[in-house]
Design a protein around this ligand. Structure first.
Ligand SMILES: [Zn+2]
Length: 72
């Protein structure tokens, strides 16, 4: 396999310019395909690994906001 063919066969994901998977988010991916904020959302279960909002997103967001206000 020539060098060129190797590049075409398997581009490494790491070499691709990546963006946050969050909806309408144009920030750069900093961890696991998300920006810092959306990674937090993902960790809190507000969005799935594809960056899509979960069914009870609003409920979870409210709970998160409440927690943030308490800790602030
Ligand atoms: Zn984002």
């Amino acid at each position: 396999m020539s060098k060129k063919e190797q590049q075409q066969a398997g581009p490494k994901v790491m070499d691709m310019p990546r963006k946050c998977k969050g909806e309408a988010c144009s920030k750069k991916d900093t961890r696991f395909g998300f920006c810092d904020e959306h990674y937090m959302w993902y960790k809190e279960g507000l969005i799935n690994k594809h960056g899509q909002k979960v069914l009870d997103f609003d409920k979870k967001m409210q709970a998160l906001e409440r927690r943030k206000m308490k800790s602030a």
